[in-house]
Each structure stands twice: as C-alpha cells, then as structure tokens.
Design a protein around this ligand. Structure first.
Ligand code: ADP
Ligand code: MG
Length: 483
C-alpha cells in the first residue's frame, strides 16, 4: 500500500524584546544562572504580571507578515503542569483566544523526486506565551545533580501552529526555513537556533494514499536544526510505515529525536488539552487591539522576502531562482542592493558574483556576509572595471582574492599593480603573428577544420600577457590571421 505523509509544525520563537513578557527582568542569553530574574520569574506567590507592549507589537508584526487575522480581542490562559523549571506550576499562554488566527506562507521546495515547486501552507494560529526555565544537569559525583536556571523563564515566545498540510520532510524544512527568513526580515527574533530562539515540534502521521481521514499522529519535540528536523521526520515516517504495514497501530505519543543515534524514542504519552486544566489568567486583563493600531504596524512593515523576490525579477531581470537565492537571507539581499546601487548597469553580473564567488568563500570559512572584507561598493566597482574593459574577467578573479585578503578597493589595486588591459591592436597582433609562426601544428589543425585549435592560441596570448590582453581583440586578430 502507498501512504501519504501528513505533517503539522508547532514553532516556538523567542521574541527579541529587551525585557520579559510579564516582568522587567532582562532577556539575554548566557548570563550567570538566575541573574536575570525577578520575584515574578521565580514564581513567588503574590507577584503580578504586566504585559510587555513591545512583545505584543512583535507578535502582531509576525501575524501581519504571515497573512493572519489579528484578533481585536485576545486573552491569556493558565496552562497547568508541573515541572521543576516552572516553579509557578503553570505557564501563561493563550489557548481560547490567541492574538492571531489563520494565515499562510508560501514555501518553495526542490525535491529530487517531485521537482521544483511552490505551495501555500496555511497557519492555524499564532499565540503569545512565556518560556519556561532550564534544568542544568550536573556531572555529579555518586549522586546525579540537577540545577534550575530561571533566566529563560518568562522570555516572550510566539508559537506558530501550522495546519496539517505539509506532505514531506523536505516541505517541513522548507516551511521552517521560510518562516525563519520572514522573522529575520521583520527583526522580531534573532532566530538563533543553537541558542534555542527558534525550535520546532513536528506532528507526523500517515494515511492510505488519497484518503481524507487523518491517521494517528506522534509529536517529535524540540528540534533546533534543519538537519535534525529532516532526519527526524524521515525516520519517523519510515517507522510509522513499518508499524502500519506490520498490521500495528501508531500510538499517539510524544517523542524525542536523538540526533546521534538518529532515531526517535518515546518521551511520554500525549497529553490532551483537558489535562492542562486551562482557565482564564485572572491576573491579566484581556488584550484589546484597535484597528488603527494594527494598520499603523502594517504600514511600518519592511519589505518581505516574497515581495523582494518579485521586485528583483521585475526590476533587475533576474531569474526566479537567482532572486530566491538572494532574498533568502536579508543581509545577502542588502549586500546585493548596495552593490547594484554602486554600479546599476549589470545587476545580473553582480548577482553571479554574490551567489558563486562570495557564497563559496563564505561557506568555506563559515563566515557571514555582514563581516565580509569586500564591501558591496567594492564589488560594484570591480564589476564596473570589467564591464568598461579596464580589466579582464580573469584579472577580476585575481583582484577579488586580494580584495578579500587586504580589503583594498579594486581601482586602487589596478593602479598599484600597474594592471592594464592591452587592447592595442599593434602589440597584440605582433604577439599573435609570432605565436602562429612558432606553432605550425595547431595552425594546420585549425586550417584543417578543428576550430578548437583557436583556444590554444588564445591561451598562449593570455599567458604571454599575464592575462592582461583584451580577450575580444585577441579572438578577432587570431581568427583573421589564421584564416
Ligand atoms: P497540541 O499538539 O498542542 O495538542 P494541536 O492539537 O492543535 O495541538 O495540534 C498541533 C499540531 O499538530 C498542528 O500543527 C496540527 O497541524 C498538527 N496535527 C494535528 N493532527 C495531525 C495529524 N493527524 N497528523 C499530523 N499532524 C497533525
Ligand atoms: Mg503539540
């Protein structure tokens, strides 16, 4: 039997506000244990939460960017459960009335089996909630020790819940990547996955191909790498398939993925909403958001990746693929735009430099484009020099390596090194004539119909001139002399 894979993602995103969702404690990562806590974050009775206006604004920004309905009325609920990193024994979340409902985003997928395609994935909701603290497990001596660090407790989160519409591990990864890209464009989170600012739970089920009823699902908790998500979903799909084909039933449960063993294991049986005894948070009033407030936030949204991609195709004549690559990371798009501003005539050439030479160099050194030593204006200048015929493409590549090493501007390097393109026909012609005299064999081949022999002479001229000959002139002169 063939099976359809069904995946829904729940993504937790830490908002990058200065202070916590309900207290004035700072929200920085990596500070001394419990140094960023107030009595409220420590769960002392009698303390009162106050909603952080900035967190609400960022949640609304995310909702607008993801085409959600922003609810005029939303409310906080208590989600009750016990865990040592949650001293209050409840989390303040939004269950019955989230700040955002519905919504969608578009993913583009490159699947070796299905080809390249784009599709819309719908969201169920986005709600605001507080993060829990962290348990730190000590190495201990004879007795295992665990410590509680409440620095993270109360950090504002949005949880973005998708409909069960994703149909493969690759689509799940594309969804998470697109979500991350949009949130980074908005600047509402640093989306640092290693530090846990963006983490994802994957709900997975299988159903007989074409059937409309959803199968029993399992939920894999807390993945924070794209690779981990891909491997976990692929593993879990195969596991469920084996269970179903063996005549078994998929148990509804919560799983953890072990990235080293590369398999999932059971964490607990799945709890239902009624297990949490949700009830309206009595210490916080409902949240009322006016239409003019939402309109003002909408008007101030930055240009988002999809809009930028469309604009790059229209304004710069880039292909969908090129535009998609450039806009996937906001700093790369900004770099491209600054380089094009420095030399507007050849955006496609600038794009090529960025997506090949620069992306390659960055990958090798695991560096970011924001600290790349070649500034966008310098790249624009380099492309201009080639385009004006002042240097050849070959020399441009050599200069580029030096620009990376020294941070110097290409025009300065050209002056410093006395680089000149030899376009002087007389000088080039003399070299060509001599090379033709000295190499009768390739001449005979060329004249016998092997036009590739021309390449031998072009290469020889370039070698003699240290790559400084104007390739167009060389080709012309050679073709004429060899005729
Ligand atoms: P919770 O997991 O907290 O109980 P929900 O019931 O709202 O919350 O479901 C959470 C996620 O599970 C959503 O992203 C939803 O799309 C997904 N989901 C629900 N049913 C299935 C299913 N049968 N297969 C795969 N994903 C599912
Ligand atoms: Mg869940």
């Amino acid at each position: 039997m063939n099976w359809d894979t069904v995946i829904g993602l729940e993504v937790h995103v830490q908002l990058n506000t200065k202070t916590k969702l309900f207290s004035h404690a700072e929200t920085s990562f990596g500070a001394g244990a419990n140094s960023h806590t107030t009595a409220l974050d420590q769960g002392h009775p009698g303390t009162l939460p106050v909603l952080n206006r900035e967190a609400l604004r960022k949640a609304i920004q995310a909702g607008l960017a993801l085409h959600c309905t922003i609810n005029e009325y939303s409310r906080f609920d208590r989600k009750n459960y016990f865990y040592p990193d949650l001293p209050k024994a409840y989390q303040i979340s939004q269950y019955h009335h989230p700040i955002c409902s519905k919504g969608w985003l578009e993913i583009s997928v490159n699947d070796p089996k299905r080809g390249e395609y784009a599709r819309k994935i719908h969201l169920t909701r986005i709600h605001l909630e507080e993060d829990a603290g962290k348990l730190v497990h000590g190495q201990g001596g004879a007795v295992a020790e665990s410590y509680v660090d409440l620095n993270r407790a109360g950090t504002p989160l949005i949880e973005i819940v998708s409909e069960p519409e994703l149909t493969s591990a690759l689509e799940a990864v594309a969804y998470l990547q697109k979500l991350r890209s949009i949130l980074l464009y908005l600047g509402v989170s640093d989306c640092n996955m290693e530090e846990g600012s963006l983490r994802c739970d994957a709900n997975i089920s299988l159903k007989p191909e074409g059937s409309s009823a959803l199968g029993n699902r399992t939920e894999i908790k807390n993945m924070n790498t794209f690779k981990g998500l891909l491997a976990a979903v692929e593993y879990e799909v195969r596991r469920q398939q084996r269970v179903l084909e063996g005549g078994g039933k998929v148990e509804t449960e919560t799983l953890l993925f072990d990235p080293v063993e590369r398999k999932t294991r059971s964490m607990r049986s799945k709890e239902d909403a009624h297990d949490y005894r949700y009830f309206p948070e009595p210490d916080l009033p409902p949240v009322l958001v006016g239409k003019d407030q939402v309109d003002a936030i909408a008007a101030a949204l930055p240009e988002l990746p999809d809009a930028k991609r469309d604009r790059y195709q229209k304004d710069f004549g880039l292909s969908l693929y090129d535009a998609d690559v450039l806009v996937s990371e906001k700093p790369m798009a900004s770099y491209f735009e600054a380089a094009v501003a420095a030399f507007p005539a050849e955006p496609k050439k600038i794009c090529n430099w960025i997506t090949t030479e620069i992306a390659g160099t960055l990958n090798e050194g695991n560096r970011s484009i924001e600290t790349f030593p070649v500034k966008p204006e310098a790249l624009g200048e380099l492309v201009r020099l080639v385009s004006e015929g002042a240097i050849t493409g070959k020399i441009a590549k050599e200069l580029f390596a030096e620009m990376i090493a020294t941070g110097k501007r290409p025009a300065d390097l050209v002056k410093e090194k006395g680089i000149q393109v030899i376009s002087d026909d007389g000088a080039l012609r003399a070299i060509c004539e001599r090379l033709i005299r000295e190499n009768p064999d390739p001449v005979a081949k060329y004249r016998g119909g092997n036009k590739n022999a021309l390449g031998f002479f072009v290469g020889a001229v370039m070698k003699e001139t240290k790559g400084q000959a104007n390739p167009k002139s060389v080709n012309q002169i050679l073709a004429e002399l060899l005729k």
